[in-house]
Design a protein around this ligand. Structure first.
Ligand SMILES: [Mg+2]
Ligand SMILES: [Zn+2]
Length: 272
């Protein structure tokens, strides 16, 4: 079991679009969404949009059907399966909502690969309307982070995960994301951790402005193919380093590159 926790953002990281925008656009409510966006927080607006769509006769089944067509790069699924097969603890941290994420992961056959989904709670009410709520109750207890939207500070989520795995020994984190909401958790990563920002997306832009603020090692990626190659490469690199710790110092030079690699499960190919 590798001592690695891989934390995935969802929108534009696992899937190749924003799930909120996808549902709104596919169900023909883009104009109303754009009209209301300046008047309320995004997360509250999504709950409102579900109310509007429900009033128009759109059912949760319609939402599910739309979610099943969501764009995803074909290499992302094997990347997740490979990371899991190599012993990583995989988690999702997303500002989408539980209904969207669970529906998509189930449809893709990925539900069992993640130990945890941290996101905005949601449920279908007695009238069949999807309700979406903030992760943090920002009226009762604001999270106080100026970098993050009021409904969710992903940095606080990362700190909670760091604290919860600390007793299992030193774990290395790999964080994958694209958005400005992924900047706060990236700042919480330490020496020996890794962050994988999607190139030319807001997280990458923010990190480029002041790379010295990031303690984790930065590895950019452009698409699912690169995500797979870099993620699997990092996991193998970390595993080799971990194995090397158990080899006596005097024979390290001769044996590390051969024996450690041979001892590892092979990353690819993984059956889809
Ligand atoms: Mg994202
Ligand atoms: Zn934050």
């Amino acid at each position: 079991m590798a001592g690695i926790v891989a934390v995935f953002d969802f929108d534009k990281t696992i899937i190749d679009c924003d799930s909120d925008n996808w549902v709104v656009d596919e169900l023909g409510a883009t104009d109303l969404f754009n009209e209301l966006l300046p008047t309320m927080p995004w997360n509250s607006l999504m709950d409102r949009m579900m109310k509007e769509l429900h009033a128009q006769g759109k059912t949760t089944e319609d939402v599910v059907e739309v979610l099943k067509r969501i764009p995803i790069h074909p290499r992302v699924i094997p990347a997740i399966k490979a990371a899991h097969a190599l012993g990583c603890d995989l988690r999702v941290v997303s500002d989408a909502n539980l209904f969207f994420i669970e529906t998509i992961l189930k449809h893709l056959g990925l539900s069992d690969y993640f130990s945890e989904i941290n996101t905005n709670p949601s449920f279908v009410d007695e009238e069949g309307r999807l309700r979406i709520f903030p992760y943090h109750d920002f009226h009762k207890s604001p999270h106080g982070c100026s970098l993050c939207p009021p409904n969710m500070c992903k940095g606080l989520v990362i700190e909670r995960i760091q604290a919860s795995v600390a007793e299992e020994g030193k774990k290395k984190f790999i964080y994958l994301g694209d958005g400005s909401g992924d900047y706060c958790p990236s700042l919480k990563l330490g020496d020996g951790d890794y962050v994988m920002p999607r190139k030319n997306f807001p997280l990458w832009d923010l990190m480029c402005k002041n790379p010295l603020l990031i303690k984790a090692e930065i590895h950019e990626w452009v698409d699912g193919e690169e995500l797979e190659r870099i993620l699997v490469g990092l996991i193998n690199k970390i595993s080799i380093q971990e194995n090397a710790q158990f080899i006596p110092a005097d024979c390290k030079l001769q044996t590390i590159s051969v024996s450690a690699r041979e001892a590892l499960p092979h990353a690819l190919p993984v059956q889809q």
